[in-house]
Ligand binder design. Structure first.
Ligand code: TNX
Length: 648
């Protein structure tokens, strides 16, 4: 069955053949010509990382043959891969295709008792969309360069090709500006990327066929700019501000009521020089200018700006923002850049060349497509911590679109907004769910089988960890810190952590006032956004309800959940960070006890009072504790209902 191959994103065409290619201890590879060597070198490096195998370049009979056939658009990402018992042969018209194919080849390698092997297969592949991106947000919590490089490696593994680098926001300006050094000096708490680092990352990504699109968010979300350059602001008086003084870096979340002043020439002079400097650091043709969440009150609150609008017949701050965007678009064009912005920039006055990234809904994608190229991000917000299955089914063609409009869909982008994402949990917020978005944007639209997706997701998740992702290893390490060491308390904490999920959407922001200074070290920061244990348990219960099978496995889970509390309690009592989960732990224990009674055939009375007592408890246990929810409760509820309604 082709479905069993551990591939993600699933290729355009897969034909499984009989036989396998067994890899020798030191496999050799050959390249059709020297231009291919950077790809084979990268492949050898990744092969070593995944398997430990050293490979060599050789003229003899190679195990891997990489060929460029040429004659195509140099950005072409399609490829053809043929594996037979003698060798794996990868062909592509251009280098990006070869890079993508090499990743497929890596995913196919597995190990069994006899060593490393690749199944015989013929794959023809190409992407559905040309823009398959992901936004990372070092403005809210800084992400050091090493982490970003590691992330780029993993992006390549699932064929994502655009890194959207959100470099400035109210909470931080994260890139060195030599022209306006107070931006990074006063706007970053000392945490920013030096220009050499930017160059290093851009080159690193390019080697892997990944574009880097920078974002400097204007005119709103600019507190970090105003700390050093208050005279750019829109508040009455900012115009005459001296150096510094009026603004402090914002620590809380949510857009600050500040913006650059679009009515003054000196602001455009500043932007011209800054974007000129920045354009030189990023070879990509696109430059993202943000443009989101400019609060109307900011400009309406300054009589001089209101007068400016009135003189020009502008009725709404939106019109003023459009005026600003036209000027900015022209500035960028002079530096050879095409403007990209969030969907708030859509306006009849917006030049057609500007691309729009829709985040407030499919509706805005459809609207943008009437006049221009656009990208979908609404539905791909990984920071909302929704399950992979949800993101997987969101499609850029969901609205009714004409063929022409469809052609203007560049693709989509997952977002990892950084309010609750730091160095330690970055990987678990990205992986493995990001693979689901990567597949939606690469693979055929018809591919919508959620169960099949999850099966491959588990395999690719391990593959990513082998290539350097840390969503599994950091989870263990952070839990170890919470438990205060290894041993049985850690194992008990893992049992609990495995069956809880953080609250979804923006519920956490509603529940408590965190800031950029709040450490991300609570259990809610550590646990996976989606519990694999809970998903498997729900499947077990479904099967059990259908045919009575799997009772022993269910009992094993329940017993573990019942027991965890006895072991964990001393750690909970000791640790200030674990105190908030005491009730969660008790609720899990009680729910597990109820579940065990429910599946115990010899159990006592499971009549009305038994049922009511347990479901009342389960209902109470549903409420979040420490912004965490127990996600095995619905399945346990099913067991209790069945025990009651079908009791002897
Ligand atoms: C809205 S999405 C924002 C970001 C936040 C995000 C999550 C968008 C263009 N703007 O500034 O990080 O919500 O809170």
């Amino acid at each position: 069955m082709a479905e069993a191959l551990p591939l993600m994103p699933w290729p355009f065409q897969v034909e499984q053949r009989t036989g396998i290619l067994s890899l020798p201890d030191c496999p050799s590879f050959a390249a059709s010509d020297p231009t291919v060597l950077p790809v084979t070198r990268l492949f050898a490096e990744r092969l070593k990382k995944k398997t430990g195998l050293e490979s060599i370049s050789s003229a003899g009979e190679p195990a891997f043959l990489f060929e460029i056939t040429g004659g195509a658009d140099p950005g072409e990402e399609g490829y053809e891969l043929e594996v037979d018992p003698q060798k794996a042969r990868l062909r592509a018209a251009a280098l990006p295709g070869l890079l993508r194919g090499a990743e497929t080849l890596l995913q196919l390698i597995s190990r069994d008792r006899d060593g490393l092997q690749i199944p015989a297969v013929r794959i023809q592949d190409r992407p559905r969309f040309r823009w398959r991106g992901v936004l990372i947000d070092p403005s809210r919590h800084f992400l050091p360069l090493g982490l970003v490089k590691r992330f780029v490696d993993c992006m390549a593994a699932v064929k994502l090709n655009v890194l959207h680098w959100h470099l400035s926001d109210d909470q931080g300006f994260r890139i060195e500006s030599r022209r306006f050094p107070r931006l990074h000096q006063l706007g970053s708490d000392g945490q920013f990327y030096r220009q050499e680092e930017v160059a290093e990352l851009v080159a690193y990504a390019a080697e892997r066929g990944i574009r880097v699109v920078p974002e400097l968010d204007v005119p709103g979300h600019t507190t970090s700019w105003l700390v050093g350059y208050a005279h750019l602001g829109s508040a009455p008086g900012d115009q005459h501000a001296g150096q510094g003084g009026n603004y402090e870096l914002q620590r809380s979340w949510g857009p600050a009521p500040v913006a650059l002043d679009p009515t003054r020439d000196e602001v455009y002079q500043f932007l011209d020089e800054l974007f000129g400097e920045m354009a030189g650091l990023f070879p990509d043709p696109c430059f993202h200018i943000g443009g989101d969440e400019v609060l109307a009150v900011i400009w309406n609150g300054n009589p001089r700006i209101v007068a400016f609008m009135r003189e020009r017949g502008m009725r709404h701050p939106r019109d003023l923002q459009a005026f600003f965007n036209r000027k900015l678009c022209a500035i960028l064009e002079r530096y050879g850049k095409r403007m990209v912005g969030w969907d708030e920039i859509l306006h009849p006055d917006l030049p057609e060349s500007a691309m729009v990234q829709s985040w407030r809904g499919q509706k805005f994608l459809a609207e943008a497509l009437q006049s221009r190229e656009a990208l979908l991000s609404s539905g791909y917000y990984l920071d909302q911590l929704l399950p992979a299955s949800y993101h997987y089914l969101v499609d850029p063609y969901e609205s009714k679109l004409s063929e022409e409009e469809k052609g203007r869909v560049a693709g989509g982008e997952a977002c990892l907004w950084g309010e609750y994402i730091g160095v330690d949990n970055f990987d678990s917020r990205a992986w493995p769910r990001l693979c689901a978005v990567a597949e939606r944007l690469w693979s055929r639209a018809e591919l919508r089988d959620v169960e099949g997706m999850y099966e491959r997701l588990g395999q690719v998740s391990r593959h990513l960890e082998e290539l350097g992702a840390r969503h599994q290893s950091n989870y263990r390490r952070m839990l170890e810190q919470l438990a205060g060491g290894s041993g049985e308390e850690l194992e008990a904490l893992v049992v609990l952590a495995d069956v809880v999920e953080p609250v979804k959407f923006y519920d956490r922001a509603v529940a408590r006032l965190d800031s950029s200074l709040t450490p991300l070290t609570r259990l809610v920061d550590v646990v996976h956004p989606e519990s694999e244990t809970a998903r498997r348990f729900a499947h077990l219960v479904t099967a059990y309800l259908e045919n009575g099978e799997g009772r022993a496995q269910i009992a094993k889970h329940l017993a573990r959940w019942r027991e965890h509390r006895r072991i964990l309690l001393p750690a909970i009592r000791r640790s200030p960070l674990l105190g908030e989960i005491e009730e969660l732990s008790r609720n899990l224990e009680q729910a597990a006890r109820a579940g065990l009674e429910a599946i115990d055939e010899a159990s006592v009375d499971r009549g009305q009072r038994w049922w009511l007592r347990h479901i009342a408890r389960l209902e109470r246990a549903k409420a979040p504790r420490g912004e965490l929810v127990l996600v095995v409760l619905p399945a346990i509820r099913q067991l209790i209902d069945r025990a009651h309604y079908f009791r002897a």
